[in-house]
Design a binder for this molecule. Structure first.
Ligand SMILES: [Ca+2]
Length: 193
């Protein structure tokens, strides 16, 4: 197995390899791998059910939100619903069902960066929603989950490239704009600081 590029790895807090990793019986670094076939992971979060989700910057027209399962191969660079930026095509996921397909594909890309699955009290109506920053889309994307599926629910135009999303202890949502002049924004319910 290739080195850790394109992989999600799973380690104990002390850096050791958990015995129940999917490739635990293989030499390092394969024994660290939890899932593979990723292109460029830019956000990872657990939902309220303990299900792990990640999003990744795809090639042209292929940003992905994936439901992560133990030992799963998500197919890059063999398959992608996007294509290379230089114009070369990449076979789509439906041509190779042995690879796990994305739960959501953005063919008009958002360029995802930063990811939370919200569990705060300040925006009670958004508990359980995912929030993904958008670079090229200059947006904040809200995703809703339903068991093993997910979909984009709404998109907030922010006017600037959004690099990072975090949830504060009071339930506020913090956004970091991209670039040297980027601002740190705090989103709170109307009428509250
Ligand atoms: Ca393709």
């Amino acid at each position: 197995m290739a080195p850790n590029r394109g992989k999600i790895i799973r380690l104990n807090d002390d850096g050791s390899v958990p015995a129940d990793n999917p490739f635990a019986d293989q030499p390092a670094p394969a024994n660290q791998v939890w899932s593979l076939g990723h292109r460029s992971v830019l956000g990872i979060a657990f939902d309220g059910n303990g299900q792990l989700w990640e999003h990744e910057m795809g090639p042209k027209g292929g940003d992905e939100l994936n439901r992560i399962v133990k030992g799963g191969n998500y197919g890059y660079p063999v398959v992608s619903n996007g294509d290379h930026y230089d114009g070369r095509s990449i076979p789509d996921h439906d041509t190779r069902p042995e690879f796990l397909a994305p739960t959501v594909t953005w063919r008009s890309v958002i360029s995802p960066a930063g990811f939370i699955i919200y569990n705060g009290a300040a925006f009670a109506q958004w508990q359980g929603s995912g929030f993904i920053g958008g670079l090229s889309s200059k947006s904040l994307v809200r995703v809703v989950f339903d068991g093993e599926t997910a979909r984009e629910a709404e998109r907030f135009a922010m006017g600037e490239r959004i690099r990072e999303v975090e949830q504060g202890p009071d339930g506020a949502i913090w956004l970091l704009q991209d670039g040297e002049a980027g601002r740190l924004l705090k989103l709170s319910p109307k009428g509250k600081q």
